[in-house]
Design a binder for this molecule. Structure first.
Ligand code: ADP
Ligand code: MG
Length: 836
């Protein structure tokens, strides 16, 4: 490589561009300083020196700018004969063109972005009057500048006291902190430039007399841009006003310009930008907006963005006195900023880096508290003794007999999970286990075997389902098997007649009834067990923590098994359900035919009906599912009734078409499902009542209308209603939306039949907030959002929580955390109270 640097003896060494430019610029500078006298140097006059330098220029200079410089050579040839003014102008032109050459030669990125001095608006540094008296619990109506009207609007957003507002994080930010040079402007992004005014012109629009336009030509060292601002209204078109605008932005002034950059035929341009004239490029920017990250809040009617920002800013000083729940040492080791800094900066970040650091801290806290809370709950659970449900070793136990009457053998995954459950049941600590298994993976059988384990050990069991349809279906399944095993069972739902219910409760209380199946009616007060050993909650995602606790309070401390077919990635499950152990049935029973899934348009509906006809002719059955029309049970009903009419009268007059929807009473629902299960009707038009767990093996076609309105996990559940028998099954998703994202989402289902993978894609595409929901996950939106963006924080928080719990389970050495946890509990209880 050294060879390249060695000047060859024949050609003079090509000078390095920077050195060459510096030499020339220096010569031009000295000549200008001395008054353009064609200065005599040691070897030659100034003009001769320039000509020599132009000849001995570096190789490979950009063509156009070079030509512009060489054009000047003739001038330097006759320099000594020129007038002073011509010499002056020649030197200036040469300097400019050399500068342009350098810019063209350098990659644009090498020009550092402009620097802006922002007047600090961080509330921590500018004490604002009155703020000193705030506490976290000061009602917002007492904050200066908040009148009764604003207070009422804030209350509509759930913001009552200072603390609420501090925790009301921006939904988004306008990134005016993105400082760039003119040549670096990218359409579609917000950005800020600092530039010099070259031309300033304010005029009334020639086409619209009520519109005035301020047009500035701006330059920086990388290029030029035209910036226009429009003023609508007659008062802006007076000559006086136009002049005043022009005076505000005089030629030569430095301006900072912030705004959204859009693409135009003339290159990138700002769309109605914010502008401020700076005294000098180093002068501080006074605007609260230019050059900053501007928070964007969720608003309510009558409460403007600026107003809300002002109120937030007014309360932020209170943060200076907020204690940090994390001791300094832990903060250091985790690389976290203080909580006050984080809360301040989430509302008023000076840069993307600050914003990221504050998000990281706040999200870390959410996860940490969640994990600590779960760890404490787990500890409380395990401190109360549960009945150990050990089975007599060997022999023909109840479970063995049950497995023997099943027409199939358990899959390996089912056996493994059952063994995990039975090991739990044999312990003195109550089991708290979540079984995740894809649709059709056979969770029911595992649940039953577990319940029989409890019953064999002399306890009672309860099986809880989220809907009556599902509870009844479970009960019907049980009724096939349990009598053979001499186990007594009953069904209790909201529609169980009173005399039957009385009898049943009595049998339950005296221990004659061994297994109770039902809906949340099981939670009601008169239900008393004699010796409740195990509670199984099917489709756990429909049950809240509080309901779970209510059930737990009913017996001795029972063992608890929850089952969900909406699986989430295991690490996420472990984190969100940190108080539960997680088992996965990750294998489907053998012989299942994959379901063929197709995405079709509404106009191709006839294809779907053709398929239904074909399959019914083969002795199979079909579902046609309609989505829950947003919040409107009436509309939902109407569409279900209408589609049912249309299908039974026009499309399939030769078939029997059933109808199932949420407004039917229990008996009618049961009748509809029963008729479909027995084959008395071959097509079932249904709302999402069939979503969870309905099991009719002869159903081989699932047509889903308006598929784009469902979540992926829900569609996967729905699809799981077919493909339960030996016949090849079909799922047709009718997509009526032209939305690209909707289509992309639905394609996931066409590609994949793996519930775990689908759930993960759903998390990614819709975001955890949509998929899991604040209430199910126990996490606020900020933390939820970060699950997909940055799973690492979650892991770090979980590790720390574990570490703390192991050494200081009662948080005695971490009073800050203990207090934060207690506060969070209080808030959650408040929230629950407000919701009920
Ligand atoms: P899910 O996990 O969705 O609740 P189910 O428990 O309803 O699934 O089981 C789906 C179907 O598979 C049922 O008809 C059930 O009897 C059957 N099944 C369960 N386990 C097996 C197995 N090991 N082999 C064959 N079929 C099974
Ligand atoms: Mg099930």
């Amino acid at each position: 490589m050294a060879a390249g640097h060695q000047p060859s003896p024949d050609t003079p060494a090509a000078p390095d561009l920077e050195a060459w430019l510096r030499t020339l610029q220096q010569a031009l500078q000295v000549e200008a300083d001395r008054g353009f006298i064609d200065l005599k140097g040691r070897h030659s006059r100034f003009s001769a020196f320039v000509i020599q330098q132009l000849r001995e220029r570096p190789a490979d200079l950009p063509d156009e700018p070079l030509q512009r410089i060489l054009e000047l050579k003739a001038g330097f040839d006759t320099y000594s004969q020129l007038s002073l003014a011509r010499r002056q102008s020649l030197v200036r032109q040469c300097r400019e063109r050399l500068h342009a050459l350098r810019q063209a030669q350098r990659p644009v990125l090498a020009v550092a972005p402009p620097r802006l001095r922002l007047v600090s608006s961080a509330p921590g540094t500018t004490p604002s009057a009155g703020a000193a008296d705030f506490t976290a619990d000061t009602p917002l109506s007492e904050v200066r500048g908040v009148g009764p009207k604003t207070a009422a609007r804030l209350a509509q957003l759930g913001l009552w006291v200072v603390r609420d507002l501090v925790h009301y994080y921006p939904r988004d930010y306008l990134d005016y902190a993105n400082l760039v040079r003119i040549s670096g402007l990218e359409p579609g992004r917000t950005a800020t430039i600092v530039a010099t005014v070259r031309r300033s012109h304010a005029f009334a629009s020639p086409r619209n007399p009520n519109l005035s336009i301020l047009e500035l030509h701006l330059v920086d060292c990388t290029g030029r841009i035209r910036v226009s601002r429009f003023f609508a209204g007659q008062r802006f078109s007076s000559p006086g006003w136009l002049k005043s605008q022009q005076r505000l932005f005089p030629v030569g002034a430095t301006v900072a310009v912030s705004g959204l950059v859009k693409e135009t035929p003339y290159g990138p341009a700002f769309q109605d930008p914010l502008m401020e004239v700076l005294d000098s490029p180093q002068a501080p920017v006074r605007s609260e907006t230019i050059g900053r990250l501007l928070p964007v809040y969720g608003l309510t009617e009558g409460l403007g963005a600026d107003r809300l920002r002002q109120v937030v800013e007014a309360v932020l000083p209170v943060l200076r006195r907020w204690p940090d729940p994390l001791p300094k040492g832990l903060r250091r080791s985790q690389g976290l900023i203080t909580r006050s800094e984080a809360l301040t900066q989430i509302h008023a970040p000076a840069s993307q880096e600050q914003l990221q650091a504050s998000r990281r801290r706040l999200v870390f806290d959410e996860f940490l508290l969640l994990q600590l809370g779960l760890a404490q709950r787990r500890r409380q659970l395990s401190q109360r003794p549960a009945p150990p449900l050990a089975l007599p070793a060997g022999g023909e136990g109840l479970v063995q007999r049950f497995l023997a009457i099943l027409p199939f053998a358990l899959t390996g995954a089912q056996e493994r999970v059952l063994a995990e459950i039975r090991a739990d049941l044999a312990r003195h600590q109550p089991m708290a286990r979540l079984v995740q298994g894809d649709v059709g993976s056979g969770k029911t059988v595992v649940a039953l075997a577990s319940l029989l384990t409890a019953i064999e050990a002399g306890c009672q069991g309860a099986l809880m389902a989220p809907t009556e349809v599902l509870a009844e279906q479970h009960y019907r399944k049980l009724a096939e098997w349990l009598p053979q095993l001499h186990v007594t069972s009953a069904l209790l739902t909201g529609s169980t007649p009173a005399p039957r219910r009385r009898q049943l409760l009595q049998d339950l209380a005296n221990g004659q009834l061994q297994l109770l199946v039902g809906t949340h009616a099981l939670l009601e007060d008169p239900v008393q067990f004699d010796r409740l050993g195990l509670v199984v909650v099917d489709e756990q995602h429909r049950f809240g923590v509080r309901q779970r606790n209510r059930l737990l309070a009913k017996g001795l401390q029972p063992h608890l098994l929850t089952m969900t077919a909406t699986p989430i990635p295991r690490t996420l499950a472990l984190s969100l359900h940190g108080d539960l152990d997680v088992s996965q049935i990750d294998e489907l029973p053998p012989g299942r035919q994959p379901i063929r899934t197709h995405l079709i348009k509404g106009s191709q509906r006839q294809q779907a009906y053709g398929l239904i006809r074909e399959q019914v002719a083969l002795g199979q059955r079909a579902y046609v599912v309609l989505p829950l029309v947003e919040d409107s049970e009436k509309l939902e009903l109407r569409s279900a009734v209408e589609v049912h009419r249309q299908l039974s009268e026009e499309e399939f007059p030769e078939l029997s078409v059933g109808l199932l929807h949420g407004r039917l009473n229990s008996a009618d629902k049961q009748a509809a499902i029963g008729a479909f299960a027995r084959g008395e009707c071959q097509v079932l038009v249904s709302t999402t009542v069939v979503e969870v767990g309905v099991d009719v093996p002869e159903a081989s076609v699932m047509v889903i209308e308006h598929a784009e309105r469902f979540g992926l996990a829900q569609l996967h559940q729905l699809r799981g209603r077919v493909g339960r028998g030996a016949a090849a099954s079909h799922c047709l998703l009718i997509n009526d939306s032209s939305n690209v994202l909707a289509r992309q989402r639905l394609e996931v289902l066409v590609r994949s039949s793996d519930g775990f993978e689908i759930a993960e894609m759903d998390l990614r595409l819709r975001g955890p907030g949509q998929v899991l929901g604040t209430r199910q996950s126990g996490l606020p939106d900020l933390a939820l959002a970060s699950l997909t963006e940055d799973g690492a924080v979650l892991e770090e928080a979980r590790d720390l929580a574990r570490q703390i719990t192991a050494t200081d389970p009662d948080l005695q050495q971490h009073p800050g955390l203990a207090q934060a946890l207690a506060e969070q509990r209080r808030r959650q209880m408040d929230q629950a109270a407000r919701l009920n």
